[in-house]
Design a protein around this ligand. Structure first.
Ligand code: DAH
Length: 335
């Protein structure tokens, strides 16, 4: 038989528990300490549960008295804990504020501000100008197939135009693209006209390095296909673009030849007293449209391609293309 239990004893235990709890709560110094107290007092295996466990041994009519006393104790303890938690948090914050100092006179750690490379800034400026004319950006891979780089652009296998664009060949009919023109084909394969796009990107040629040549350089391709486009649209677009980029300089179109345009032209601007060739362009050759399954009786358009290095060098008066690729900060920091 376990020890006999009586009402006075249980109520006495609850009174003592309440007094002890009040002292312990008042002494708790942190939120963690309060949580530990809560578990010890009110948790499943806590002291209040212990007292209530013994309640079952009382005669039935006395049990509610202990139950009510226990509930009051619980509410009392919870109230004290909530109050104490507020106080403890407030004190912690006050302490932190008192301890933390901010020395507004301390010297900052200097991180030199970076900026975009002049070549990238030039690409962005060109793309921005075309975006203002309603053009979207489209991109293609630098590793191309012979088909997209040449054949689909009306440059069949033994065409002499291939000689001027010798490149780096990879196994399996792949090569490093020699121009951004293949993006014209890729875009039209996936997007029915009308289209207006600019395609910026890196291109490669088997060229020896000198002041004006680099085996790696950058181009921006332009393509517009719609119903009823003719050479006047090409001329208007290219002239508007060049005037926005270079200012209001004289522009001239010279007849030229590209396999994928007919007629074709090269464009010069008069810069510091001499004519400077800045881009190639033309009306997209009907053979190219036909190869894409587009009816040249219905669709027409123009294309253009420009070398970004040339635009960048003219704009900034840079005399040697190699300066754009050697990452010399003394040079680059001027821009
Ligand atoms: N792809 C030519 C090149 O790299 C440049 C060019 C000329 C692009 C005329 C065009 C164009 O779209 O119409 O030499």
């Amino acid at each position: 038989m376990s020890a006999p239990v009586n009402l006075q004893e249980l109520v006495g235990q609850l009174d003592r528990l309440e007094a002890e709890a009040a002292d312990a709560i008042a002494a708790a110094a942190s939120a963690e300490a309060l949580e530990e107290l809560r578990v010890g007092l009110l948790g499943k295996k806590g002291r209040l549960s212990g007292v209530l466990g013994a309640m079952g041994k009382l005669p039935a009519p006395e049990r509610p008295l202990v139950g009510q006393r226990a509930n009051r104790l619980k509410e009392q303890v919870q109230g004290l804990m909530a109050e104490r938690l507020q106080a403890v948090k407030g004190a912690a914050m006050a302490k932190r504020i008192a301890q933390e100092t901010l020395d507004v006179t301390a010297p900052c750690s200097f991180v030199p501000p970076g900026h975009r490379h002049p070549l990238i800034a030039t690409v962005e400026e060109i793309v921005d100008l075309f975006a203002g004319l309603g053009y979207r950006v489209s991109e293609g891979p630098e590793i191309e197939t012979d088909y997209y780089n040449f054949t689909a652009l009306n440059i069949p296998e033994h065409h002499p135009a291939r000689d001027m664009q010798d490149t780096f060949y990879l196994p399996g009919d792949r090569l490093l693209r020699t121009h951004t023109s293949p993006v014209q084909i890729r875009h039209l394969e996936n997007n029915p006209p009308p289209v207006r796009i600019v395609a910026p990107g890196r291109v490669y040629r088997r060229d020896a390095v000198d002041a004006t040549h680099s085996p790696v350089f950058h181009q921006v391709e332009v393509l517009a296909i719609d119903e009823g486009l003719d050479f006047s649209h090409l001329r208007g677009t290219v002239t508007t673009f060049l005037q926005q980029f270079f200012g209001d300089l004289p522009v001239r179109f010279r007849a030229s030849y590209f396999p994928f345009t007919e007629p074709s032209a090269e464009v010069d601007v008069q810069w510091r007293g001499r004519w400077l060739e800045v881009m190639g362009c033309g009306m997209v050759d009907p053979a190219v449209l036909q190869g894409l399954g587009l009816d040249p009786e219905r669709w027409s358009g123009f294309a253009a391609g420009l070398g970004v290095e040339r635009f960048c060098m003219v704009r900034h008066g840079i005399d040697d293309i190699r300066r754009l690729f050697t990452s010399d900060l003394r040079f680059l920091e001027q821009f």
